[in-house]
Design a protein around this ligand. Structure first.
Ligand SMILES: *Cc1c(COP(=O)(O)O)cnc(C)c1O
Length: 472
């Protein structure tokens, strides 16, 4: 097993590998082409009895693991939403792993707790989230949304369900739009509300929530004896980055006493741009807000930033105090184990600190504005190309389109666009994923990887045109 001397040697070697990887990342096929079971079958069935040298392990990493990796940090990655990273973030992760601190309470590493507190204040300053809110880092937006809905449930029932469980008479309803993320449904299921009590409101032509539909749904539910509990607004839906009208939603919520959670997983990062602050008009009436620094803010997965208006309600929902976790400082400091679901916590604030300082606001703004400019360039290309069709407005960094040569019925169009995307992805040069809008197979062109430049985007667009010509 490695000793300190060996660690030093291989650490240098690994860092060289990391730098080479980033330098040559465009040479890898963006999407891994391995077949199901391929990696599994090249791994031994049992772990080794005797120690194995690091050289062999690292060689296997390169030969057996890397072929099965999809390269999310490639500047030619345009799929899903980004999970972008950056050099300062990676450096911090190395240090985090080195410290190996378990940051469940203040005393288990005061610097982790206090840096987290300060970073959340920095993020509020950067995004315009009111400084009266409190923030905590969660692993994912899914967890934050579940945390929010559980807090809503407990506040509504005066913490009775935590105490006694469901009585069987509650008929909670949670509202979101048809374009809401699947994590909302998952949270509704886990929180015990039942999937059928997630009410999906209609969307307008731009795929943002139609608040008339929200109001009607609430009134309808009240007439039928349901308990409207919460509404989840999405800023930047996963399908098309539609922006729900927050101010209108909070107005309806106020009228009916609903809890408001905002899922801004991707788009929250854009709040560092003053021109996108309009998205949070109404924020003072929001209860909880989440966005992922691990999507579009250069901080590698995982790092979800969760903000709450009422810290006491959050803590009262999750607090536990067994004897073995009692500390003398409890109540005077932030013990983040009480701010969410998990007890054990990684030191995530460190990478955010490195990123925010090493980029600085200017550089972050420049990078996001460039991503958005490039997306709007692609939008224009799509609009001007004779055989392509724009399928949704592109208010942020995502363009939804399809290939649409004349004289094809919908079924053929769906098939040919699936084929276009699969062919592009198999080439290894780019990676796109899709959604369906009004039944139409839609290719999403998402620009958000840290090191994506105009040349990558132009090259991808040429590939799309060339491949479309080839298959038709
Ligand atoms: C990505 C995404 C999520 C889920 O994020 P996780 O951090 O992976 O849980 C939730 N909502 C929206 C709108 C997203 O785009």
């Amino acid at each position: 097993m490695l000793d300190t001397k060996g660690f030093r040697k291989f650490a240098y070697q690994v860092v060289d590998w990391m730098a080479d990887y980033y330098e040559n990342i465009e040479k890898y096929p963006v999407k891994s082409g391995v077949k199901p079971g391929e990696i599994l079958s090249c791994l031994p069935d049992t772990p080794p009895e005797q120690e194995e040298p690091m050289e062999v392990i690292l060689k296997d990493f390169e030969e057996k693991i890397i072929p099965g990796i999809t390269h999310w940090q490639s500047p030619d990655f345009f799929a899903y939403f980004p999970a972008n990273s950056s050099y300062p973030s990676v450096l911090a992760e190395m240090l985090t792993a080195t410290l190996g601190a378990q940051c469940m309470v203040w005393e288990t590493s005061p610097a982790a707790a206090e840096l987290e507190e300060k970073m959340m204040q920095w993020i509020m300053y950067l995004t315009g989230i009111p400084s009266s809110f409190d923030g905590v880092i969660q692993d994912t937006a899914s967890t934050a949304t579940l945390t929010s809905l559980l807090t809503a449930r407990e506040q509504y029932t005066h913490f009775a369900i935590n105490e006694k469980g469901f009585s069987g008479t509650e008929k909670f309803r949670v509202y979101a739009s048809e374009e809401t993320h699947s994590s909302i449904e998952k949270a509704v299921k886990i929180a015990g509300f039942g999937k059928e009590n997630l009410v999906k409101c209609a969307v307008k032509k731009d795929f943002s929530m139609d608040t008339d539909s929200l109001r009607e749904a609430i009134q309808n539910d009240l007439r039928r004896g349901f308990n409207p509990l919460a509404v989840v607004a999405t800023l930047g839906t996963t399908g098309t980055t539609a922006i729900d009208p927050l101010k209108e939603i909070t107005n309806v919520a106020k009228e009916y006493g609903l809890w408001v959670h905002v899922d801004a997983a991707l788009a929250g990062s854009a709040l560092i741009l003053p021109e996108y602050r309009f998205m949070i008009e109404g924020i003072e009436d929001v209860d909880t807000f989440v966005f992922n620094a691990h999507k579009w803010l250069f901080t590698n997965f995982d790092c979800s930033l969760y903000f709450v208006k009422d810290k006491a309600a959050l803590i009262r929902t999750f607090e536990i105090l067994p004897e073995y976790l009692k500390t003398k400082t409890h109540g005077r400091v932030n013990d983040y184990r009480d701010w969410g679901i998990q007890l054990g916590r990684r030191f995530r604030a460190l990478k955010l600190w490195f990123v925010l300082r090493n980029f600085g606001l200017r550089k972050m703004q420049e990078t996001l504005r460039e991503h958005i400019r490039l997306a709007h360039m692609i939008r224009q290309n799509v609009e001007e190309a004779p055989d392509f069709e724009l399928l949704a407005p592109a208010p942020l960094n995502t363009v939804c389109f399809r290939y649409h040569p004349s004289g094809m019925d919908e079924e053929t169009l769906n098939r040919i666009n699936q084929q276009l995307m699969d062919t592009l992805n198999r080439s290894g040069k780019v990676y796109f994923t899709h959604t369906r809008l009004h039944g139409k197979f839609t290719i999403r062109f998402v620009i958000g990887q840290t090191y994506t430049r105009e040349e990558h985007v132009r090259k991808a667009w040429s590939e799309i045109i060339r491949t479309a010509m080839e298959i038709s």
